[in-house]
Design a protein around this ligand. Structure first.
Ligand SMILES: Cc1cc2nc3c(=O)[nH]c(=O)nc-3n(C[C@H](O)[C@H](O)[C@H](O)COP(=O)(O)OP(=O)(O)OC[C@H]3O[C@@H](n4cnc5c(N)ncnc54)[C@H](O)[C@@H]3O)c2cc1C
Length: 407
C-alpha cells in the first residue's frame, strides 16, 4: 500500500464496493474514455469540475476547434457519436496546403492521393464534448459534476478519491484515469514530473470571413514569427490559429478590428483574398510538455495530462483519442486474461505503447517548429529545397499522410 496522497492531509475513509474505473476530467479525452470503458462493460464514473454548456446550432461557433483525423473519427464512430457531430456542424477538408513565407516552398496533401474522400473534419470542442456527455447519460456512467478531486489514497485493491463540491465526498475505483488537462492536478498529486519547453508563444484564434472560399482546404503559412493556419469551417468561414511570440500576440490581441483584418490579410499572403470579417479573438499559451511517466500506482495519464504539443500539426486531441483506444484495448485484454486491470504490468503495456508514439510525434512537431524558426539565409534555402523535394517524394508523403491519419 502506498503513502496517503491528499491535498488536505486528511485520512480518506473506505466505503462500499469499488468501481472499475474513475475518470477525472470530462473534456473531449476524458469523456471519450468514460464512454469507451462503460460501453466495454467497466463500471465507470466521471468526475468533472465544470458542467459543460449545452451545445446549440443557434449559438455562434465555439472559438476552440480541432481538426479530427480519421483515427479520431473512427473512435467517435465506434462510440456512436460521430454521425450526430458531423451532421450538427463540421467542416470537412480534403486538401492541405502548407507554404513557407521565406522560401516560397510549398507542400500539398490531397485525400484523393491517399485513396480517401477526406483528410479530416474541423469541429468545435464544445460540440464534441457535448455529444459525448449526452451519450454518457444513456451508458450508465456515474457523472459527478461539478466536483473537484482534492486528493487520493492508494489502498490494496483500489484508489480512494477525496472530492469537493459533490454530494459524495469519496469515490473508490480499481483504476484512476487522469484526463484533467495540461495542468493536471492528479499528475502533480501522483508526483509525476514533466519535461518540455515553453514556446513563449501564444496561439491567437478567431473565426474569419474571407473574400474567396476556403475550398475545403486547410491552409498553413509558416512565417518567421510562427505558423498561421486557416482551417475550413462548416459555414464557409475559416478558423485561424496564429502562433506568435508572446509580445506580438499581445499586440495583435489589442489591435482594432480594421487593423487586425488588414494585418491578417498580409500574414496569410491574401491566399483567400482579403479578410473581410472576424469574431472576437482569444489567445492560448503554447508549450511542449511530456509527462515523465504515464503511470503511477493504480493511475494512468491520458490526453493533455500526458502530453501537450504545438498546434502546428493539429494533432493534440488526436493523440489523446489514440490514448483512449489503446487504454480500452489494454484493459479489455487484462480482463479477458483475468488480471487486475490496474496491475503495474497491465498499465505498463498502455504506457509503453502510447508514451513512445506520443514522444516521437511531440518531438517531430517540435523539430518542425524549430526548422521553421530558422532565419539565416543558407538554412532558409536548405529548408526550401527540403520541402520542394519532399513534395515530390510520393512514398514519403504517403507515409506522412498515413501517420497524421493515425494509421
Ligand atoms: C490554439 C490551440 C489550437 C489547437 N488546435 C488543435 C487541432 O487542430 N487539433 C487537435 O487535435 N488539437 C488541437 N489543440 C489541442 C487540443 O485542444 C487539446 O489537445 C485537447 O483539448 C485536450 O483535451 P483533454 O480532454 O485532454 O484536456 P482538457 O480539454 O483540458 O480537459 C480537461 C478537463 O479536466 C477538468 N479538470 C481539471 N482538473 C480537475 C479536477 N481536479 N477535478 C475535476 N475535473 C478537473 C477540466 O475542467 C477540463 O474539463 C489545440 C490547442 C490550442 C491551444
Amino acid at each position: 500500500m502506498s503513502a496517503v496522497t491528499t491535498l488536505r492531509g486528511e485520512p480518506v475513509r473506505r466505503r462500499g464496493p469499488a468501481l472499475d474505473v474513475a475518470v477525472v476530467g470530462g473534456g473531449m479525452v476524458g469523456a471519450a474514455t468514460a464512454l469507451a470503458l462503460a460501453r466495454a462493460g467497466f463500471a465507470t464514473a466521471l468526475v468533472e469540475a465544470r458542467e459543460p454548456a449545452a451545445w446549440s446550432p443557434d449559438d455562434e461557433l465555439d472559438l476552440r476547434v480541432v481538426g479530427l483525423a480519421p483515427s479520431s473519427i473512427a473512435l467517435l464512430d465506434m462510440l456512436d457519436v460521430w454521425t450526430s457531430i458531423r451532421d450538427a456542424r463540421s467542416g470537412p477538408y480534403a486538401r492541405m496546403h502548407v507554404w513557407d513565407a521565406a522560401s516560397g516552398a510549398a507542400i500539398d496533401f490531397d485525400a484523393a492521393d491517399e485513396g480517401r474522400d477526406l483528410l479530416g473534419h474541423i469541429v468545435e470542442n464544445s460540440l464534441v464534448q457535448w455529444r459525448l456527455w449526452q451519450a454518457l447519460e444513456a451508458s450508465g456512467v456515474r457523472r459527478i459534476c461539478p466536483a473537484q478531486v482534492q486528493g487520493y489514497e492508494v489502498q490494496e485493491d483500489r484508489v480512494q478519491l477525496a472530492l469537493s463540491g459533490a454530494e459524495a465526498d469519496t469515490l473508490s475505483s480499481r483504476l484512476l484515469v487522469a484526463a484533467d488537462g495540461a495542468d493536471s492536478p492528479l499528475r502533480t498529486l501522483a508526483g509525476i514530473g514533466t519535461r518540455g519547453r515553453d514556446y513563449a508563444q501564444r496561439g491567437v484564434v478567431a473565426h474569419v470571413a474571407t473574400e474567396r472560399p476556403h475550398e475545403g482546404t486547410a491552409w498553413q503559412r509558416f512565417l518567421d514569427t510562427g505558423p498561421l493556419a486557416l482551417l475550413p469551417l462548416a459555414d464557409g468561414r475559416s478558423s485561424i490559429v496564429w502562433s506568435l511570440p508572446e509580445h506580438e500576440a499581445q499586440r495583435v490581441m489589442a489591435l482594432d478590428d480594421r487593423t487586425f483584418l488588414d494585418e491578417l490579410g498580409v500574414a496569410s499572403d491574401f491566399r483567400l483574398g482579403r479578410i473581410i470579417g472576424a469574431t472576437r479573438r482569444a489567445a492560448f499559451p503554447l508549450r511542449l510538455q511530456l509527462a515523465a511517466n504515464y503511470q503511477a500506482e493504480r493511475l494512468v495519464l491520458l490526453g493533455d495530462a500526458a502530453h501537450a504539443v504545438h498546434p502546428l500539426a493539429g494533432q493534440g486531441v488526436n493523440l489523446g483519442l489514440r490514448d483512449v483506444a489503446e487504454l480500452r484495448d489494454v484493459l479489455l485484454a487484462a480482463r479477458a486474461a483475468g488480471q487486475d486491470i490496474a496491475a503495474p504490468h497491465v498499465l505498463r503495456r498502455y504506457t509503453r505503447r502510447r508514451r513512445s508514439a506520443d514522444t516521437l510525434d511531440a518531438l517531430g512537431f517540435d523539430a518542425l517548429a524549430r526548422i521553421y524558426g530558422w532565419r539565416a539565409a543558407p538554412l532558409v534555402a536548405a529548408r526550401g529545397l527540403g520541402v520542394r523535394l519532399l513534395d515530390r517524394l510520393a512514398p514519403i508523403k504517403h507515409r506522412l499522410a498515413a501517420h497524421a491519419a493515425g494509421r
